[in-house]
Ligand binder design. Structure first.
Ligand code: ZN
Length: 177
């Protein structure tokens, strides 16, 4: 059985340095994913939802800069994120970039929501297990930010409540299910 914490491994974060490395890697990935979703929507001529995702990509990029600024000289580079976005097909679909499928704005938003929720769970879990008080406080702050992102996505889902249309397929998948 699967649940929302699939593939969500919570690393033991022992120092502020380690925390910043993880937070930075996660924000960077989120920004990339939103840009990919925006690209995908542009391919389907969905300008409105593409603009929303582009905006989220910028917000995550600004968030990344803010984290880097807070970290200052406590920043270590090149860290691999312990957390990674899941593709729409679940944990097996690790190759997010290669996903060429029909995705409606609603599905794209659900994918974003799912991963924002995972980010919340990730930071909440770090906050609840952290021994270092500063790591705990920083993780709580990040969890709050990520909860805001979930609320935004929820708002946009009201605009795209369900899949009322079928998108044109510019690049049909070569595989079948
Ligand atoms: Zn986020």
């Amino acid at each position: 059985m699967s649940n929302e914490s699939d593939n969500l491994k919570i690393p033991r974060i022992n120092s502020v340095k380690e925390f910043f490395a993880q937070a930075l890697a996660i924000e960077e990935e989120a920004s990339e994913r939103y840009n990919l979703l925006a690209d995908q929507m542009e391919v389907h001529n969905k300008a409105e939802i593409a603009a929303i995702f582009r905006k989220m990509a910028n917000i995550e990029a600004l968030h990344r800069e803010e984290v880097a600024r807070r970290a200052g000289d406590r920043l270590v580079g090149g860290e691999q994120a312990a957390f990674s976005w899941l593709g729409p097909q679940g944990p097996e679909a690790t190759d997010f970039e290669d996903v060429h499928y029909l995705m409606t704005p609603h599905q794209a938003l659900q994918l974003a929501r799912f991963n924002e929720l995972r980010a919340v769970a990730f930071f909440e879990s770090i906050a609840s297990t952290a021994v270092d008080a500063e790591v705990k406080a920083l993780a709580e702050e990040m969890a709050r930010d990520e909860r805001d992102h979930v609320l935004w996505v929820d708002d946009w889902l009201k605009k795209f409540p369900e899949d009322t249309e079928v998108l044109d397929d510019p690049d049909p998948p070569v595989y079948s299910e």
